[in-house]
Ligand binder design. Structure first.
Ligand SMILES: [Zn+2]
Ligand SMILES: [Zn+2]
Length: 515
């Protein structure tokens, strides 16, 4: 990168690094990240000789041995068999509910989602606080299998509005009030991109989170009305405020929903350009009751507006960058002013040539100039961190995270072995399973001050639902109700052609109890 090249914030790299260093407590960034200013990637530089990956062993690509080797984590408390597994008082638990890359879909890995729980509230028998980061397609299935109900999925942090990071928001929103989330859905995400679309057209779309939520709410109108013969709210729900959750704005539902209703969709739009230049300008959530603070910073991915999140709680720090090209904010945030972080979750992709080969069901690397490789290279260069770049990025973080998790990556023994070679070219000392792992669906990482333990979620493929474990409130009268205030399931349908259980002259058509 040219030293004078301006970044998305209109700053040179040096200006940005200095600003971030100051924001992080006045230390010079050179101190926090030795060597960072000597970096000049792709400028006639000599790179590591590269991996010599072996793609002949086709069966190896059908399993991910590392995941299979992990200790099992059964997401139901072994004592009660029905409630969730308690966390330690100072434990953070991170679970991958989705971990792959689109556009193709993969049976064993859904699109992106990371669930983070902290601490334990003995009275409520619940984690102290819990968060959904991204919710791409297919991930709701994994949430249910891992015993996480909708009531625990009410705080959703979206990194960017690509489909593989937000598709399942529809399901979370629509079906929460039918189960145990009879209170609003709160969604954090970036403000409008500000990109002229395309350059010279004078057109700027309202492509930020707030507009997204307004439209999503109306798209789901038929659904929400149709289910509103059930109570969708507790009359005694305590509505959070800007102060009680430490938000950058008031939590106001879009459109006309009441602020305590399960169908209220509440956007917390974040100025994606902020990164802590002025102290606190990038805080998304800072809850004095649970002690969780979440801040954000811009990353580089496809179109302006993608953000990474940093979660801090009781001395533990986790970063989830989501999708990004290799860029400096992630290094600065992960170096954490010389303190480092406990867990860094950063995306990684296979080289464009390998990606194309895999899509083509081949084990022969295609011509680097073929259209498929050109397409994959374009996607890579605008949006993602190929495995070698990921290795370089990791080598620049000082101190290293206690655990780095490569995600958004289609794992199997062959892709992981090849990626590990690229990473260790830059960081020869990292050890797979020790300070570096690749995420996989249902991988749970238990994090405490003294140890970090990745585990393998073991689930039932046939459960009906997670176990509800929420304090119940006082149900409000449903929107569609009869004269006595009871929900009226017939209010929105016409029964003219319906077949009744009992026919004329009391003949039996079918049993009313369903048998
Ligand atoms: Zn994306
Ligand atoms: Zn993505």
């Amino acid at each position: 990168m040219d030293k004078e090249e301006k970044n998305t914030m209109g700053l040179t790299r040096r200006e940005m690094l200095t600003a971030s260093g100051l924001a992080l407590g006045g230390l010079l960034i050179e101190k926090a990240i030795p060597g960072i200013n000597e970096v000049s990637a792709n400028d006639g530089c000599v790179c590591p000789s590269g991996p010599t990956c072996n793609w002949d062993d086709v069966p190896s690509s059908q399993k991910y041995t590392y995941f299979d080797s992990l200790d099992p984590f059964v997401p139901f408390d072994p004592k009660t068999k029905t409630t969730i597994v308690p966390l330690g008082e100072n434990e953070m638990r991170i679970t991958f509910m989705g971990s792959s890359i689109p556009p193709t879909l993969r049976h064993k890995q859904q699109m992106m989602s990371v669930f983070v729980e902290v601490g334990w509230d003995k009275n409520k028998e619940m984690p102290l606080d819990q968060f959904v980061f991204d919710c791409g397609s297919g991930v709701c299935t994994n949430y249910a299998a891992m015993n996480v109900g909708f009531g625990r999925m009410n705080k959703v942090f979206i990194n960017h509005l690509h489909g593989d990071h937000m598709s399942d928001l529809t399901h979370i929103y629509c079906f929460g009030p039918s189960l145990d989330r009879q209170f609003p859905l709160y969604v954090w995400g970036p403000s409008a991109s500000g990109v002229e679309s395309p350059k010279g057209s004078g057109r700027y779309y309202d492509d930020g989170l707030k507009a997204f939520c307004k439209h999503l709410r109306e798209v789901c109108r038929w659904h929400t009305e149709s289910f509103s013969f059930q109570s969708t709210a507790y009359s005694d729900y305590v509505v959070p405020t800007r102060k009680s959750w430490g938000l950058p704005c008031d939590p106001v539902p879009v459109n006309d929903d009441a602020p305590n209703d399960g169908y209220a969709l509440v956007p917390i739009e974040l100025n994606w350009r902020k990164y802590g230049q002025d102290e606190g300008d990038n805080v998304a959530y800072n809850n004095p009751t649970t002690g969780v603070k979440i801040s954000h910073f811009p990353v580089i991915h496809a179109r302006q507006g993608s953000i990474g999140y940093k979660l801090e709680w009781r001395g533990l720090t986790m970063i989830y960058t989501s999708d990004t090209k290799p860029e400096y904010n992630s290094i600065i945030q992960a170096s954490n002013n010389g303190k480092g972080v406990d867990v860094l979750i950063h995306e990684m992709i296979v080289p464009a040539q390998v990606w194309t080969m895999k899509i083509q069901h081949s084990n022969q690397l295609p011509d680097p100039n073929s259209p498929g490789v050109k397409w994959a290279t374009m996607v890579q260069n605008s949006s993602h961190s190929p495995q070698g770049a990921f290795g370089f990025l990791l080598s620049q973080i000082n101190p290293r995270p206690r655990l780095t998790v490569a995600t958004h990556f289609p794992v199997a023994d062959d892709t992981v072995a090849c990626a590990l070679k690229s990473v260790t070219d830059h960081c020869p000392d990292v050890k797979m399973g020790k300070d570096l792992i690749w995420s996989f669906d249902l991988m749970t990482i238990r994090v405490s001050k003294d140890k970090i333990t990745p585990m393998r979620g073991v689930v039932s493929d046939f459960n009906f639902a997670p176990t509800g474990n929420l304090p119940t409130g006082t149900p409000q009268t449903p929107k569609y109700h009869d004269a006595s205030g009871n929900g009226d399931p017939y209010a929105q349908i016409c029964l003219d052609t319906a077949i009744p259980a009992c026919g004329d002259n009391n003949t039996c058509n079918y049993r009313e109890d369903g048998y």
